[in-house]
Write a protein that binds this ligand. Structure first.
Ligand code: ADP
Ligand code: MG
Length: 707
């Protein structure tokens, strides 16, 4: 698609409204009404065979009857008439279509078939189409002035491009934007995305200088791979903010691996968005809170927050909120503090948060904020004002705006005042963004600094290639039936991929097990191998630290009994060296029905079940991403080593992720892999996989591509 292919939809010079209606309570009336009252700059042609005129405009019986060229056609006719109407529009030579009518793929197979036909028609004609089942489009640019929606609330001009997958939520979004005084460049409700997708919209706004922030409400990703590619590129130029609702229904499927079970949850979506530099908001309200900051503030150089306040309580809440989100509190220099001490009353507190006490005037705010912003130890500032008897919050926010304007650091304001105040400041674009509560401002600051960090991050780190015996891996996978690979084969695959594994022997029975233990040397670990046995410790099929032949013999006998009681028949035993020390971590591969293969890393062993402290990443991983995944888990400090305990070889952990990334890229038949635990010691020699399972299936290659 060329970037301007959506111009006929967003910047048409003429519009036909097919299905315009004289009935005031109909969508066909509401939409025409919006076009008129918002003073569309081009010509409007209502089309309806049963009316002479609609809403003071001459009405045409059919597209062919319109004497002039038409750029955009809005389709609002009943669902069975849509195909015919679209064909008429194509014949007339329209370049864009917005199909409002519902009753397509969202209603079942019959509707889906009609939608496919519609798509074929527009694709064959080279006409772009938004919808069906959507609410319309808006372009606030003064030389277009297009409101082709049936939403009751207009949109004001601004700097945010907004795309909503849901029409109903689109109406709500326009309401919230209006309430908060937030302006948009363009708005589109996507509906069923039969032709134009969210990805197309992102690309459309990529090079539009007026659109400085791209915001999306999404329920599903049509094509996650393509989204990744586009988002990674666009977020280098401007922020993309998203509210994603709805967990994937497919993700809820029962999964037998830890990686699969955790991947079914929403964390994978977050991981995926993180990896593309997309900011995720939890609610529409939060999305707008962040969007306002992104539109009005420069990006911070770091994450150290200074707080300037006239009241203690809200500053404490602000500090808590910032610290909990992972922002740091700025350390003000001795010089800054001395200056503040001289200027402020003796009761004031000059350390961060700087509390100027209730008597603070607009001038105090200006002076204090200037001093704080000029301190190289602060990257962002939050100014808090609780309306006091003698000060007017409007004067204060204006003074704050003045100071913030000439300094390249973001300033966000929290003002606890009356509704009149918010009404007065909401559209004042030269003022800092104002929030009612410190938590909202903190959250906006957090995403602002996250985005700034993304922009500072090098764009493309290398994707390392490892020498691996892929023919041998393929031979192992080809030789085994679909399903779980037997343990010997799994460990072999890991070895072929340069992943260290524990020293072990596979033994068919008791005597072989004893011989294996003698060869490995006591103490040893004994594990049963049985068809269908996946979680071994649950059924007593793992015995560790066996110190003598007698202990091993007893363990073998007991294990046989335990297995029989659990309904398993041992076909053999693994005798392993007893490993000590190190940190148990998990590496995983899983296949998400939407996202395809995913890699996972986190704290392993029993911690997986309890803390689920893991990170996901979409392969292929680059070297920087692998490092970020390892460093991104909450328990990372444990891996660094705490209280004199040695840490883990972090470079090795990142390297193993990269090796697994290559493995799943080259052998896509691997559906799931859990290496759990991998014992990570301080160096390469002390690290090894103690347990692993691998689920695979033969790939039947198809050339079908998802939309
Ligand atoms: P499963 O996950 O099927 O229950 P594992 O092979 O992972 O079985 O073993 C369970 C636990 O036993 C591991 O998390 C680890 O703590 C411990 N363990 C397993 N193998 C060894 C070994 N070779 N040395 C030391 N501890 C081990
Ligand atoms: Mg295990």
């Amino acid at each position: 698609m060329t970037a301007r292919a959506l111009d006929p939809i967003f910047s048409p010079r003429s519009i036909a409204v097919v299905g315009a209606s004289r009935r005031r309570d109909s969508i066909g009336f509401a939409l025409l009404h919006n076009l008129l009252v918002n003073e569309f700059n081009g010509a409007i042609y209502p089309v309806n065979p049963h009316a002479e005129s609609v809403h003071s405009l001459k009405c045409y019986p059919a597209m062919a009857a319109i004497p002039d060229p038409v750029d955009l056609a809005m389709i609002l006719v009943p669902k069975h008439l849509v195909q015919g109407a679209v064909e008429e529009c194509v014949a007339k030579g329209v370049k864009g279509l917005v199909v409002i009518t519902a009753g397509f793929s969202e209603t079942g197979e019959e509707g889906a078939a009609r939608e496919r036909k519609l798509r074929e028609t527009v694709r064959a004609a080279g006409v772009r189409m938004i919808g069906p089942n959507c609410m319309g489009v808006i372009n606030t640019s003064s030389d277009v002035s297009l409101n082709a929606t049936f939403a009751p609330t207009p949109a004001r001009p601004g700097a945010i491009g907004f795309v909503s997958q849901s029409g109903a939520l689109g109406v709500a979004i326009l309401n919230v934007a209006q309430d908060l005084g937030i302006g948009l460049t363009q708005f589109a409700s996507m509906g069923n995305k039969a032709d134009v997708s969210g990805n197309d919209l992102i690309e459309y706004w990529e090079d539009d200088p007026a659109t400085r922030v791209i915001a999306m409400y999404l329920e599903s990703f049509g094509n996650p791979r393509r989204f990744t590619e586009i988002a990674k590129r666009v977020t280098r130029k401007k922020p993309v903010l998203i509210v994603k609702s709805g967990r994937t229904a497919e993700g809820a499927r029962a999964a037998s691996s830890h990686t699969g079970a955790i991947a079914g949850t929403d964390v994978t979506v977050s991981a995926f968005l993180d990896q593309c530099g997309v900011l995720r908001a939890n609610t529409i309200e939060e999305l707008f809170d962040v969007a306002r900051a992104l539109v009005r503030c420069p990006l911070p150089a770091g994450d150290r927050v200074a707080i300037v306040t006239n009241a203690g309580g809200p500053a404490i809440m602000a500090t808590d909120a910032c610290v909990n989100l992972g922002l740091r509190m700025a350390e003000l220099s001795e010089g800054t503090r001395a200056g503040l001490r001289a200027a402020l009353p003796p009761e004031a507190s000059v350390a961060n948060p700087v509390d100027m006490i209730a008597s603070a005037t607009a001038q105090d705010y200006a002076r204090t904020l200037a001093a704080v912003l000029d301190d190289p130890g602060a990257d962002l500032a939050m100014v808090i004002n609780v309306t006091a008897l003698l000060s007017n919050p409007i004067d204060i926010i204006e003074a704050v705006g003045e100071v913030a304007r000439d300094r390249a650091k973001p300033v966000l304001a929290v003002v606890m005042a009356t509704d009149e105040f918010y009404e007065a400041v909401k559209t004042a674009r030269d003022l800092p963004p104002v929030y009612r509560f410190p938590e909202s401002a903190a959250r906006a600051m957090f995403l602002l600094s996250r985005y700034a960090a993304w922009r500072r991050r090098p764009a493309d780190a290398p994707i390392p290639r490892f020498e691996t015996a892929d023919d041998q891996v393929a031979a192992i996978l080809d030789a085994a039936p679909d399903g779980y690979l037997d343990p010997g084969a799994v460990f072999r695959v890991l070895e072929l991929y340069g992943i260290p594994v524990i020293r072990q022997r596979l033994a068919a029975g008791r005597e072989e097990a004893l011989a294996a233990a003698r060869e490995i040397g006591f103490p040893v670990v004994l594990k049963a191998v049985a068809p269908g046995l996946v979680h071994k410790s649950d059924v007593g099929a793992v015995r560790i630290d066996l110190r003598s032949e007698a202990e091993l013999a007893r363990a073998l006998a007991e294990m046989e009994g335990a297995l029989a009681r659990a309904g398993f028949a041992a076909e053999g035993y693994l005798v392993q060296e007893m490993a000590r020390g190190g940190h148990e971590v998990i590496f995983g591969i899983t296949t998400d029905p939407r996202f395809g293969p995913l890699l996972m890393f986190g704290l392993g062993g029993k911690y997986v079940e309890v803390f689920q402290d893991v990170r996901f990443a979409v392969p292929p991983l680059d070297a920087l991403e692998a490092r970020e995944v390892v460093r991104g888990i909450r328990g990372f400090k444990l891996l660094e080593g705490v209280r004199g305990e040695p840490g883990a070889d972090l470079d090795l952990l990142a390297e193993i992720l990269l090796r697994l990334s290559q493995l799943v890229q080259r052998h896509p038949g691997i559906r799931e892999l859990d290496v759990n635990p991998f014992l990570a010691g301080p160096d390469r020699e002390s690290a090894r996989a103690l347990d692993a399972r691998l689920l695979h299936e033969k790939i039947v290659r198809t050339d079908s591509k998802g939309g």
